[in-house]
Design a protein around this ligand. Sequence first.
Ligand SMILES: Nc1ncnc2c1ncn2[C@@H]1O[C@H](COP(=O)(O)OP(=O)(O)OP(=O)(O)O)[C@@H](O)[C@H]1O
Length: 250
Amino acid sequence: MTTTRGLVGLELSSIGRRYGDNQVLRDLDLTIDPGDFVAILGPSGVGKSTLLRILAGLEEPTSGTMTPIGDVPAGGPTARMMFQEDRLLPWKSVLDNVQLGTKGQRDKAAELLAQVGLAGREKAWPAELSGGQRQRVALARALLHRPDILLLDEPFGALDAITRVTMQQLLEGVLAEHPRTVLLVTHDVEEALVLADRVLLLTPQGITRDLRVPQSRPRHRGDAQLAAWKEELLDGLLEADRAVHAATGS
Ligand SMILES: Nc1ncnc2c1ncn2[C@@H]1O[C@H](COP(=O)(O)OP(=O)(O)OP(=O)(O)O)[C@@H](O)[C@H]1O
């Protein structure tokens, strides 16, 4: 049996979000098990980032409830978000960027930097790093806060194909060391299938596909079952994309 010690999940019940007349999420029911890695696919504009912002507590749903489950800490679970853009402060060193908003965590910050492959670059400025390296700093910064829930909003979306694969492998390694409940929003179906325990397809009709990926890690990108799911999910995405355009008249 998988242990959920120290891990927190979330139960969403009838979550909705409306912006004026624009009902973005509607009656969303979803249980995220403690320690699960859940990837969310969906057409542009369907509300994936909105959902992550709600989970992060950055935004309130207009309806529904969200309840933490599992080994819930006394003050409630903490969440941390990582974005496509690194959001590093250019006037602070790499180490100071990782420590941002914390006190006395220098050693831990340096240790995390080493874990993401940036030992020796503590004093560098963000401008001296490549896009992939900057995302490593952003990942180290998110992990320093030891969030119960790690929310990744297309974190590798701006990276070239090779750096992206390297970052996926790095994330997998880091999570093996620091188990967390993870939600990943991505447009990359292969990324979802290679990394996640569970892949959701979010469409204007709600979650239309909820796929468990039992393959052991590291996964083989050429795996026949993953390839079949990739086809199926791409078809689902195309169909959902048409539905979004039909709904918005775009
Ligand atoms: N603060 C806001 N005010 C008004 N409308 C918003 C706001 N945030 C998001 N929206 C609207 O909500 C809808 C969903 O946006 P969201 O960014 O969550 O979609 P997404 O699925 O993440 O899209 P993408 O894949 O393109 O990032 C869009 O129609 C967007 O215009």
